[in-house]
Write a new protein. Structure first.
Length: 68
């Protein structure tokens, strides 16, 4: 089993409450949900070593008057 790195995380209390409710909706602990969210963000960015995930999403282009 791979050991996990422990570190303190300072987080806004209101954000923690949102994460706590979201984690409960997904039947995860807050810690597991934060790890899941971070892993998904890293995967989507194409930065997870050994993962051949989809290419990173291009940044959104602001809409101009000529687009309308």
């Amino acid at each position: 089993m791979v050991a996990k790195k422990s570190f303190p995380l300072r987080i806004d209390p209101k954000l923690y409450e949102v994460l706590e409710r979201w984690a409960a909706d997904e039947f995860r602990s807050v810690n597991a949900h934060i790890e899941y969210l971070l892993r998904e963000a890293v995967r989507r960015a194409g930065r997870l070593p050994g993962d051949r995930a989809q290419s990173p999403e291009p940044p959104a282009r602001p809409q101009t008057e000529s687009d309308a």
